[in-house]
Design a protein around this ligand. Sequence first.
Ligand SMILES: Nc1ncnc2c1ncn2[C@@H]1O[C@H](COP(=O)(O)OP(=O)(O)OP(=O)(O)O)[C@@H](O)[C@H]1O
Length: 586
Amino acid sequence: MMINKRLIGLVPESRRFVAQNVAFQWVSLVANICLISVVCRMLGSIFEHSASTGDFVLTAGVALAAIAVRALCTTSAAKASFRAARSVKQRLRPIIYEKLLRLGPSYREHALTSEVVQVSVEGVDQLETYFGSYLPQLFYALLAPLTLFVVLAPVSLVAAVVLLVCVPLIPLAIAAVQTWAKRLLSKYWGSYTALGDTFLENLQGLTTLKIYAADEMKQREMNERAEEFRRITMRVLVMQLNSIAIMDIVAYGGAAAGIAVSLFQFQAGAIDLAGCLMIMLLAADYFLPMRQLGSFFHIAMNGMAASDKIFRLLDAEEPAVGSLPFPTRSDIRISGLGFAYQGDDAARKAVLTNVNLAIPEGSFTAIVGESGCGKSTLASVLMGRNRAYTGSITIGGTKLSELGPSALMRQVTYVGHQSYLFRGTVRENLLAAKPNATDEELWRALETTQLAGYLRSEQGLETRLAEQASNLSGGQRQRLALARALLHDARIYIFDEAASNVDVESEDAIMAAIEGLARSQADKTVIVISHRLANVTGADQIAVLSHGSVKETGTHAELVARKDAYAALWTAQQELENLGCEEATR
Ligand SMILES: Nc1ncnc2c1ncn2[C@@H]1O[C@H](COP(=O)(O)OP(=O)(O)OP(=O)(O)O)[C@@H](O)[C@H]1O
């Protein structure tokens, strides 16, 4: 009952510590039996007036030795328990962490961030009890009654049998609540992770909630979740207390039955006083290990519920990761590419169905299309972030799936519309992309993105950035992120709406820097994703993405002349922008 082989297999070294713990507890029990047995014999001799000084000395000597052994065994068992618990933390947390690393960003397809945190922190803590206390107690609780039976059977077989027969009533009581407890604990964990998830999400979006004055609504929602969690926690506690009460009745009732039998036998003259006392003093020891097991059982059950979640994460399918270095050329060929996101209901949502596109090395390629058509998805597939694609993508003739993740990260640089800037100086942020860059190189990158002038009027490269560079304007932030990307010196650059949500001046500066990058270095492949077509009219080729595939490719002039999807988008955007200009001049 409740031995999870897979869990134990994950922490094999725990077996040794569990065995040590059981052995120390058993030796302690034997010492206790010796102590009680000599004391009872002594009392029997005193009652019969046959005790000698030698008996006193022997009893005192054995009693002292037994007490010393018990003290030593108790400390050693506690140490073994601690080591078993420690081995769980040392073993399980790295396993979870390494699995998350192997899953990469796709881990969110399998578990929520808050759930991963709760399971790997608190879930593992609760498994400590499973290994450190529950498992050793399980074996000890089986061994102790049998040992006591062997000792007490020669004294009174009837009492020993009555006591032994009552012991299994405790595991039976535990088994009776187990099915109910399992369901309840699984609900408990569900409610706990739901609360954690809501809390994390609301905390992350607190600014937005304040802006829309929606914090009160979310507070109510959180209160409801907290109340739900409180209620289920109380139900778990009630279940635990009830089952402990049942176990107490069985344990102490069983001991009382054994004692009553021994008293009747003593009265009938079937056993002597020493034997009767021995049964009375050892009767509770039959049940206490099982009773103790019952208390650990509930904490262990909680850990087991957490282990189910841990295994679900560990069993998550890992994307195939290659190991080849980045090829010498960086021409990209995409054929028959398909990609679908895993939906909540395990249904897959196809975003890309049949993308065919060739992006030559050194070219400036733009990917355009209506919002939601899959441009960013295509970018994340090209970066190796979403690996569960179908069809084929090759870079310089090598399959994308066979390239090592570090090679891809080194040579494919992605700049989105919200790049992360760290608290610290401008220099520190730029050096993250190229640690050995000279000041001259840093300034050159800043000149290219037209940020040098502003920074010179501040403290130059030593200008301090607040958290997420909140002391810069949106456009300045984006230009700094671009300067950092330019310094990285990669082979392929993907700019995903890198110039959106910024002022016109910054947008022009960013687009000029991107175009400059594409034109100045023949081995750099530049891919620009932009919803604003005016930004990519100078591209070598423009690919129009629609309904999961590339509908048209060509230069701006060619596509306008074709009068198809691109031309329609272009006309619509031009009309909108002209209207905006007229409104502005009015
Ligand atoms: N992580 C995700 N899980 C599930 N569906 C997603 C995920 N990311 C995007 N999608 C869906 O995939 C589709 C394409 O999204 P994508 O972000 O690639 O479009 P896009 O063309 O870049 O849009 P936009 O121009 O508005 O940025 C959308 O319908 C979106 O709802």
